[in-house]
Ligand binder design. Sequence first.
Ligand code: SF4
Length: 216
Amino acid sequence: MTGKISAAGREELLSEIYRLLYQKYGRLRCKLNYSNPFELLVATILSAQCTDDRVNQVTTTLFKMFPDAAAFAAAETVDVENAIRTAGLFRNKAKSITTASRRIIENCNGEVPADMAILTSLPGVGRKTANVVLGDAFGIPGFPVDTHVKRVLNRLGVTISADPEKIEAEVNAAIAPELWVNLSHLLITHGRETCRAGNPDCETCLLRAICKYYNK
Ligand code: SF4
């Protein structure tokens, strides 16, 4: 297929992308506020189509009202809806959070499972959310692919896929597991600050020499 990169080419390119972004940003952490895996799970569910700053505003109050999975499991969904209304998609998110909490209480002894298959069986939890929880809360290597990661990796020529699962597998095969979590954070930060969706700032971009989009 036109523009397709070889496995060796992808390894080399990703390694250089990581090196250059790491030089600028170093080791990053998740921008969502949380104090345990359950809070990170809830915050990540809330982050769909919502900024991290807004999620952090919402969870400051939310985690005082509902301090753990048992509290969410016992909650009336409408009370959770009202508490998260400003995060958008609040009906779906409230349903996901309360139902996931009930499953965690009933099936997982109240603890968030450190397991991809079980996490993705919870409502509102896809591979991206599960990888965030596994990587940031449990230190288990994972590569979350969000809209920034997908866009930046396509522009750079690392992938030609729009499928997050395929991109995750391509990156997993090309770079060491201990770099996955930070690479995702680096790409998200680069996508927010420089390689923006509408107007990428290519002239100041430290990746432009190796960027397919810039050099085409
Ligand atoms: S050169 Fe432009 S398109 Fe390429 S990564 Fe940088 S900002 Fe994005």
